[in-house]
Design a protein around this ligand. Structure first.
Ligand code: AMP
Length: 191
């Protein structure tokens, strides 16, 4: 199985680009944010625990997201691999993912990183708030904390994956199709 990660700050277009990528390369798309929103919508205990943290723009505990991830990995039948969207989000998660995959003689195939400047993040998120109605997009304070969390905890993963020679960066500006084309040029060489 191949294990791709789509990486980037909030609002970089990970979800938008992940859907066509998953389809094109027959990958199971796993969005940890989406899984958490499903838990919240279903009113589960896990969802209730996660909600306050998501609304604050903080990360949900590793053990929660990693449990959801393990369950999703078990549903990979018929796919050529997985496309992780929103995971890993800190160094511990990246190390845990490596350990999880190593235990079955597998490893992360590549990271596709979507890059946008900080000033574009807010614009994109406020546009998405109007379209999707996500509570964590609508609050300015939440968005500010998500950006902070990204820089403090998630951005260091760039060096982690550069060191592993798995890091590929794409400028996520222009149209959805233009960004998709840039991703395709990289992915076609990796699958
Ligand atoms: P996303 O849809 O990826 O923007 O995720 C929405 C929110 O869910 C994030 O701001 C976090 O609060 C939480 N979340 C999603 N993925 C993770 C993760 N890998 N680790 C911790 N929290 C996460």
């Amino acid at each position: 199985m191949k294990y791709f990660i789509i990486f980037g700050p909030p609002g970089a277009g990970k979800g938008t680009q992940a859907a066509p990528m998953a389809e094109r390369y027959n990958l199971k798309h796993i969005s940890t944010g989406e899984l958490l929103r499903e838990e919240i919508a279903a009113g589960t205990d896990l969802g209730m625990q996660a909600k306050a943290l998501i609304d604050a723009g903080s990360l949900v505990p590793d053990v929660i997201v990693e449990g959801m991830l393990a369950k999703s990995f078990a549903k990979g039948k018929g796919y050529d691999g997985f496309l992780l969207d929103g995971f890993p989000r800190n160094l511990q998660q990246a190390q845990d993912l490596d350990a999880m995959l190593e235990a079955r003689d597998e490893s992360v195939t590549a990271v596709i990183s979507l890059m946008i400047p900080d000033e574009t993040i807010r614009q994109r998120i406020s546009h998405r708030a109007a379209l999707e109605g996500r509570a964590d997009d609508a609050s300015e304070a939440t968005v500010t904390n998500r950006i902070k969390t990204y820089h403090a905890q998630t951005e260091p993963l760039i060096e982690y994956y550069k060191y592993e020679k798995k890091y590929h960066e794409v400028k996520s500006v222009g149209t959805i199709a233009q960004v998709g084309g840039r991703i395709k040029r990289i992915m076609d060489k990796l699958v």
